[in-house]
Design a protein around this ligand. Structure first.
Ligand code: CAA
Length: 381
């Protein structure tokens, strides 16, 4: 595995860094407070190739590798975690399964506009009674001639408030447990599709989290993704990739908090000198820098594994578990360095602190990552 970035990767990182500073950062605080979904940002990011970084150019993407994708998510999340997850979901959870499992017509009709950022996607797996136990989902898909009729509902769907397209998981036969689960690609203007309220959350306020409902929603069988009964494996394989994106998001949040704390420590004076002169603060900064680096290397390793291995569940789970827990520790220390000011809304560090928390929950909780890691270790032992 190469650990030096190629020229192309560095160029991408620098371009995204400028875009993040010029376009994303100025509105980050405002959209966190209002919860407004930054749809215009998403379309602009699409023009830069960030809606489908690793999707081949012939299908609307930027045709870059997964390290480049992780760098892009990190740079955006460094200034706005909501924008980071909006892109991560569109890339990893929507474009990636379409690139892998869609037929040519589905790629033309759905993948191409999604990867170009002309359309926004969401991933509809989680239900009220099926979170960690994803196989317990109850949304049904009944075959009706050359169509399917879907009934049920989903919760906590990132991008759900504004998505044009949803990847929906439903069961064709609940008796078959996970072997009945089937994936569909559904335009959200399909009759029978509706949305619930926008969830008001602790962090990532602007990521458009909502419920989705399907009531007698009839779709052509040509919108089935993969075969009947293949949906659970599609969901879990897709989540392996998604977890790499969330790990990159956690690295970005931590890096943003670290940079804020570093600047503050050099400028804030107590006892007649900048607090960066005190060893207590220096040791915090040393731990933070080391942990961020370690997490970033795990992210790169997972991206490398996804590129080179058939299965990469272990590497993805390790990167997500470590990076998300690291982001709690780093944002906590960054807030501590800011003292009382860090607890106010005048500084960005409280937002980083709140935003970091979700990375331990969505796309598989820390406990689920430990299950995946231990399963892989035991299988290979
Ligand atoms: N890739 C491909 N196939 C996989 C797989 C993977 N990563 N993991 C398991 N499978 C296969 C197994 O080989 C098995 O296949 P067979 O039937 O042929 O033997 C099948 O799937 C069932 O496997 P398990 O018995 O291990 O499945 P399980 O029901 O015990 O579930 C789990 C395993 C790890 C707990 C899984 O359910 C899981 O990851 N749960 C967490 C769900 C999750 O991450 N939800 C996040 C929601 S999405 C979100 O947050 C998006 C957002 O908006 C930000």
């Amino acid at each position: 595995m190469e650990i030096e970035l190629t020229e192309e990767q560095q160029l991408l990182r620098d371009t995204v860094r400028r875009f993040a500073a010029d376009v994303v950062a100025p509105r980050a605080k405002e959209i966190d407070a209002s919860g407004e979904f930054p749809l215009d940002f998403f379309h602009q990011a699409g023009e830069l190739g960030l809606a489908g970084v690793s999707v081949p150019e012939e299908y609307g993407g930027a045709g870059m590798d997964l390290i480049a994708y992780c760098l892009a998510i990190e740079e955006i999340s460094k200034v706005c975690a909501s924008s980071g997850v909006i892109l991560s979901v569109n890339n990893s959870l929507v474009c990636d399964p379409l690139a892998r499992y869609a037929d040519e017509a589905q790629k033309r009709d759905f993948l191409t506009p999604l990867a170009a950022g002309r359309k926004l996607g969401c991933f509809a797996l989680t239900e009220a009674e099926a979170g960690s136990d994803a196989a317990a989902l109850r949304t049904t898909a009944r075959r009706d001639g050359d169509r399917y009729v879907l009934d049920g509902g989903k919760v906590f769907i990132t991008n759900g408030t504004h998505a044009d397209v949803a990847i929906v998981f439903a069961t064709v036969d609940p008796e078959k447990k996970h072997k009945g689960i089937t994936a569909f690609v559904v335009p959200t203007d399909t009759p029978g599709f509706s949305r619930g309220h926008h969830e008001y959350k602790l962090g990532v306020q602007a990521s458009g989290t909502t419920q989705l409902f399907f009531e007698g929603m009839s779709i052509p069988a040509s919108q089935r993704l993969g075969e009947e009964g293949e949906g659970f494996k599609i969901a879990l394989a897709t989540l392996d990739g998604g977890r790499i994106g969330i790990a990159a998001q956690a690295v970005g949040i931590a890096q943003g908090a670290m940079e804020a704390a570093l600047a503050y420590a050099k400028e804030r004076k107590q006892f007649g000198r900048p607090i960066a002169d005190f060893q207590a603060i220096q040791f915090y900064l040393a731990d933070m820098a080391m942990e961020i680096d370690a997490a970033r290397l795990l992210v790169f390793k997972a991206a490398w594994a996804k590129t080179n291995q058939k299965r990469y569940s272990l590497e993805a789970a390790q990167a997500k578990l470590f990076a998300s827990e690291m982001a709690q520790r780093v944002t906590n220390k960054a807030l501590q360095i800011h003292g009382g000011y860090g607890y106010t809304r005048d500084y960005d560090v409280e937002r980083f602190f709140r935003d970091a928390r979700i990375t331990e929950i969505y796309e598989g909780t820390s406990e689920i990552q430990k299950l995946v890691i231990s399963d892989a270790i035991l299988r290979d032992a």
